[in-house]
Design a protein around this ligand. Structure first.
Ligand code: HEM
Length: 252
């Protein structure tokens, strides 16, 4: 089954809208930015509606067609909820992985000996991807509602409150990771369940796809263009709240 069968020109269209819409998750979002963010979100919604209508009229062997049939038959969601769920797959599945590929490349190129090690030994690829996601994660936090009062380290998290939990900080916890501020693809204290994908019932739906894309991407880059060097700024991520945007990576 094809996961997405969108036209190539769609990708740059919705990538820009996703980039703009996800600014709403930043602690630093300003009132002036809200109209533009709302406009991007509503264009994304229109796009999703058009795509869903097209697949209902002419189903294909792809994820969206299968999802729509299953959701319609189950009858558990309203038409709007069916669209929002799919819209979220587009939002959650584009900039997170796209930026991660740029940032993992940038991190490795800045640690040249580790880049060269991956070029020589392809089985180092999964460790390199995991370390880049720990060191410069695509998302900085997960959110939860507190269902009952919870005591934690002398504080009480009150029932009904909305919480943002910093997975970015947790992935630099010196009690868990040795030398947490060091980028090291050889580290042996990697976690079985990478925290960058959250946890529990709402753990990232696209984890396996994201890892595959990042691992295949890195394997292709290191196999095809091993002598690459980064030019200009080192391609880092910005932000510490939720969605972390990537600075452009320039190569030479
Ligand atoms: C490097 C890439 C990615 C990272 C770091 C990432 C991270 C996350 C995180 C932290 C969450 C919240 C988990 C929680 O609340 O416990 C999440 C949720 C989600 N992700 Fe990803 N994600 C990535 C790629 C993708 C891709 C490629 C897709 C789909 C194509 C995707 C679809 C989703 C969806 C649908 C949810 C909501 C799950 C739910 O609420 O039940 N993600 N992701």
């Amino acid at each position: 089954m094809v996961i997405f069968s969108v036209c190539l020109e769609d990708i740059s269209f919705f990538t820009e809208l996703v980039y703009s819409t996800t600014r709403v998750f930043s602690f630093r979002v300003t009132a002036e930015e809200i109209p533009e963010i709302e406009s991007s979100a509503s264009q994304l919604m229109d796009y999703t509606e058009r795509l869903a209508s097209a697949r209902r009229a002419a189903p294909r062997d792809d994820f969206l067609s299968t999802y729509l049939v299953a959701a319609d038959q189950a009858g558990e969601m309203s038409p709007l909820e069916i669209l929002i769920q799919f819209l979220f797959v587009i939002v959650a599945g584009s900039d997170t992985t796209r930026g991660a590929l740029a940032v993992q490349t940038a991190q490795l190129l800045q640690h040249r000996e580790q880049w060269e090690a991956v070029c020589r030994v392809s089985r180092l690829v999964p460790g390199a991807v995991a370390e880049a996601l720990r060191f410069e994660p695509s998302l900085a936090s997960v959110s939860r509602f507190v269902l009952e009062d919870i005591e934690l380290d002398g504080y009480v998290l009150n029932a009904g409150h909305f919480m943002t939990l910093s997975t970015m900080a947790a992935m630099r916890d010196e009690k868990v990771f040795e030398a947490p501020d060091t980028f090291d693809i050889f580290r042996t204290d990697r976690q079985r369940w990478h925290l960058v994908f959250g946890g529990g019932a709402h753990r990232c739906l696209g984890e396996a796809l994201a890892k595959t894309e990042l691992e295949e991407g890195l394997a292709a880059l290191t196999a095809r263009i091993p002598p690459r060097r980064a030019a200009g700024n080192p391609g880092t991520r910005l932000g510490t709240s939720r969605w972390r945007h990537a600075r452009a990576l320039v190569d030479r």
